[in-house]
Design a protein around this ligand. Structure first.
Ligand SMILES: [Fe+2]
Length: 382
């Protein structure tokens, strides 16, 4: 076996009801004298499901403030807006309770806290160049994911969208690993079918892409296989029984394992091709990445190490069955599976081909993806 490395410093707490461990973790991290907290959350579900009040109660006695309203797929101007709203507050810990967008916003705010950017162009330059300022005393980020999908609770990067420039950036730095992740499947129970399916498909792509990434290692493949088995073995049952806590637990576990897998590899062609679909047509991230999973698997298959184990984890004999499975999941969740359903016109496909190669992602795919293949792929899902 060739030499390989693996690194992930996130302190993990996992299990149904585990968010109630928050006071113990806070105490261990220095307690009330040391911590000033921003509780960051999104736009809807956390409050509606009663989780926000439950988490806020656990912060009793601490200096904290609530900051809600993080939108899905935060844009560069959202980050600037939130930075300006919170810059004057005193905080050294962000507890991010939400999906990937909330956790990524927390990472961006923590990393950019010392940056003096006051305009979108200024902040854009910093983000584009991944120029994270040095700071003596860093702001910690603790993640409480409320979806089972993004894996952001265990990764060292944050996605930043830029609709004006039609671009997607990634802040990436080991300092962006959250210090702690509390993964409580009960926080995901109220997710509707389309969110449950799209986030699980995102996790499935993270696992599969980590498995075949150029940076894959034996430990990555171990995590990835288990994640794929859990998702393909449980997702359809969960979509038929959304309040099933045992199945929610399996999906949360799978998403965490997929996160641990791709935290050390980054993603590949599926994610790369998906970004313009999300940017220009609003296709939900996990759905956009999963639409071409089967085709990319087929393309990569000849060079994938331990490919039989991968197919077995998917429960298939050939990649086309993965495409069928993804379409069945989307149909079950009431999510359209064709680009034309999202307002893409056939004449738009060449532009999508041009914009499909995201640096750092496409070049991480084990097989080179050329324009011809991209054209056929996009036509195939059109
Ligand atoms: Fe993703």
């Amino acid at each position: 076996m060739a030499t390989s490395t693996y690194y992930n410093p996130v302190r993990l707490t996992f299990g149904r009801g585990s968010h109630t461990a928050l006071p113990y973790l806070l105490q261990a991290a220095g307690g009330q004298n040391k911590l000033s907290i921003m509780l960051l959350f999104g736009t809807r579900s956390l409050k509606a499901a009663g989780h926000l009040d439950a988490i806020a109660k656990l912060l009793a006695g601490y200096r904290y403030f609530l900051q809600g309203g993080v939108p899905g797929n935060p844009d560069i101007d959202d980050i600037l807006r939130f930075k300006k709203m919170t810059d004057d507050f005193n905080y050294n810990l962000i507890i991010a309770a939400g999906g990937g967008s909330v956790i990524d916003m927390a990472k961006a705010l923590a990393a950019l806290r010392p940056a003096g950017a006051s305009s979108v162009p200024e902040l854009r330059e910093i983000v584009k160049e991944n120029r994270l300022p040095e700071s003596e005393e860093g702001v910690q980020v603790w993640a409480l994911p409320t979806t089972a999908g993004s894996g952001s609770e265990v990764t060292p990067w944050a996605t930043v969208w830029d609709r004006e420039e039609k671009a997607k950036y990634s802040l990436a730095d080991p300092r962006l690993f959250p210090q702690a992740a509390i993964v409580d499947p009960l926080l995901t129970v109220s997710l509707p079918a389309y969110m449950t399916a799209s986030s699980a498909l995102d996790a499935l792509c993270h696992a599969a892409e980590a498995y075949w990434s150029k940076n894959s290692t034996f430990l990555v493949r171990l995590y990835a296989l288990q994640a794929i088995k859990l998702i393909t073995g449980s997702l359809q049952n969960l979509l038929a029984d959304l309040s099933n806590e045992k199945l929610r637990e399996k999906l949360s576990y799978a998403s965490l394992l997929a996160g641990l897998a791709f935290s050390n590899t980054k993603t590949t062609a599926c994610h790369s091709i998906s970004y313009p679909l999300t940017l220009s047509y609003g296709i939900i991230h996990g759905v956009a990445a999963s639409l071409m999973l089967g085709q990319v698997l087929e393309k990569n298959l000849p060079v994938i190490e331990e490919r039989d184990a991968l197919l077995e984890a998917f429960g298939v004999r050939k990649p086309a069955e993965v495409t069928e499975w993804v379409r069945a999941v989307l149909a079950q969740a009431g999510i359209p599976a064709r680009l034309r359903d999202y307002g893409v016109r056939e004449g738009d496909l060449p532009d999508l081909v041009d914009r499909s190669s995201t640096p750092g992602r496409m070049d991480n795919n084990p097989v080179e993806i050329d324009r011809q293949f991209l054209s056929e792929l996009l036509s195939g899902i059109y």
